[in-house]
Design a binder for this molecule. Structure first.
Ligand code: ADP
Ligand code: ZN
Ligand code: MG
Length: 478
């Protein structure tokens, strides 16, 4: 029955920008400071204080707009959106209604069928974030923390072009890739630096008009977005099937219960009594400035993936992992340039680096070791100065504090036993001390050599190369 309905979805995505200071004052945007410590008269809405626009916010907004094929508004302005709530000290939010910085763009996503599809971007505008209410149930009071008040946001409003949860996720992934590659935000749904409101309606397949939509808030993971879409689609179809009509409203989705409930009826723009902010001068964007930002745009993931395939010939799987973040891709390229060993670099990144990042709950952006040191480490293993288990140990140290692997190996005497005479003497000793294994080996039990190699490695304190030991032993055993 429900297959006869089409789902129609448009998203409003808020992204907290990674500027050092707030959008209209010099306060820090750092997350987690002591309550109300990152505040001043401007971001606490004191009478007489005046906002001054942070240029970096405009740059990030334009960069995201260029990445998503938008037109950039050359003469823009800010508007006041009036509403009354204690997390909003001015009683208005500075936003952009009439002349948003970017308009009429699109993002291309891959569809399940293997094709691609354009999701329209209606606009991207700049605005300020609100403070945060803390409800203290014990003291029966609500407190407010204004550290987040005035943190810069961009809101990316899509056209109602998506038709399934898969398309929504693909769209969000694409946006997140652009924004992370630009360094404009870390886009973490769980931490709220990326927040998606889902507008959804259903209509009979083939209908020309859209149905009435609802908007769902409070979705902080892709899983919760997927659940919310499935549940809201069913709810709306049930209403229509039983002869009712969907009410346009904002709903809050509770992922634990798997259902949403009404928060408030949808406000219209006029409810906010928008008007141009008289305290801010117009935003003038010159052609040169746009060109300059354009020239600084990074190579984004799809182009990078194609180039890596062509240039480095490493497996698609590796390419997918390495290009997931620009930070990782940058290290890969630099270390490959220095070592000439793309696959070796890729292995260190995919295996050991990812393992340690995960273990220590870090992002690729937090990697401390330099590409130079990774290339040096690879050089040490290639020249067989150290064996692979020593290399892992050195890498862990490097991961911690960017230790220079060459100096570290030298200082800690980790070089392989390269003195052929000394190694041979150890092998002879092992052979003499393990007659049973020697006998087994001579009787054709190939595996016995493994034990002898192990014993030799132990005596050589791990500094021997297992391959060399293996052939040396075989030679001695005739
Ligand atoms: P408003 O001005 O009330 O905020 P907008 O036209 O700006 O409404 O749309 C807000 C979001 O809702 C946009 O992302 C848009 O794509 C989406 N949207 C609009 N109409 C529908 C609809 N009928 N079904 C699903 N999404 C819709
Ligand atoms: Zn401030
Ligand atoms: Mg809107």
């Amino acid at each position: 029955m429900s297959r006869e309905y089409e789902t129609v979805i448009g998203l409003e995505v808020h992204v907290e920008l990674a500027t050092k200071t707030k959008i209209f004052c010099g306060c820090s945007t750092q997350f987690g400071g002591e309550v109300n410590s990152h505040t001043c008269p401007v971001c606490t809405g004191m009478p007489g204080s005046l906002p001054v626009l942070n240029k970096q916010v405009v740059e990030y907004a334009i960069a995201v707009g260029l990445a998503t094929n938008c037109e950039i508004t050359r003469h823009g302005k800010f508007d006041r959106k009036n509403y009354f709530y204690p997390d909003n000290p001015q009683n208005y939010q500075i936003s952009q209604l009439y002349l948003p910085i970017c308009r009429n763009g699109y993002v291309e996503i891959e569809t399940e069928a293997g094709g691609s599809k354009k999701v329209g971007i209606h606009e991207i505008h700049m605005e300020e974030d609100a403070g945060k209410l803390i409800h203290d149930e014990w003291a029966e009071v609500s407190l407010v923390d204004y550290n987040r008040s005035g943190v810069p946001l961009i809101e990316i409003v899509s056209e109602p072009d998506m038709r399934s949860a898969e398309e929504v996720i693909a769209y969000l992934e694409k946006l997140r890739m652009f924004i992370r590659y630009l360094g404009a935000s870390d886009c973490k749904l769980q931490e709220g630096s990326m927040r998606a409101d889902v507008n959804l309606s259903v209509r009979p397949v083939g209908a020309a008009e859209f149905g009435t939509r609802t908007e769902m808030k409070n979705l902080n993971s892709f899983t919760s977005i997927t659940h919310a879409i499935a549940s809201e689609r069913e709810r709306q179809i049930d209403i229509l099937e039983s002869g009712g009509s969907v009410v346009q409203e904002t709903r809050r989705f509770d992922d634990n219960k798997g259902e949403s409930y009404a928060m408030r009826s949808k406000e219209d723009a006029q409810d906010y009594r928008y008007f141009p902010d008289p305290d801010l001068i117009p935003v003038e964007v010159s052609e040169e400035w746009i060109e300059e930002i354009k020239s600084r745009q990074p190579e984004f993931r799809p182009a990078k993936m194609a180039r890596y395939k062509e240039e480095y010939g490493i497996p698609d799987y590796d390419i997918g992992i390495i290009t997931d973040s620009k930070a990782m891709a940058d290290i890969f390229e630099e270390a490959t340039k220095l070592s000439g060993q793309p696959k070796k670099v890729s292995n260190w990144l995919m295996v050991e680096t990812l393992r340690l990042l995960k273990e220590q709950n870090m992002d690729p952006e937090d990697i401390r070791f330099s590409a130079k040191h990774l290339a040096d480490l690879i050089g040490l293993t290639e020249k067989r100065v150290i064996n692979s288990s020593v290399a892992k140990e050195v890498f862990e140290k490097m991961f911690e504090d960017d230790t220079d692997p060459v100096a570290y190996v030298e200082e800690h005497g980790l070089k392989q036993e390269s003195d052929a005479g000394a190694l041979k003497a150890i092998c002879e000793q092992v052979i003499a001390e393990n007659p049973k294994s020697v006998e087994d080996y001579k009787a054709g039990k190939e595996k016995a050599i493994g034990f002898l190699v192990g014993q030799t490695m132990k005596l050589a304190k791990g500094k021997a190369d297992p391959g060399t030991v293996n052939s040396l032993l075989k030679e001695l055993l005739g």
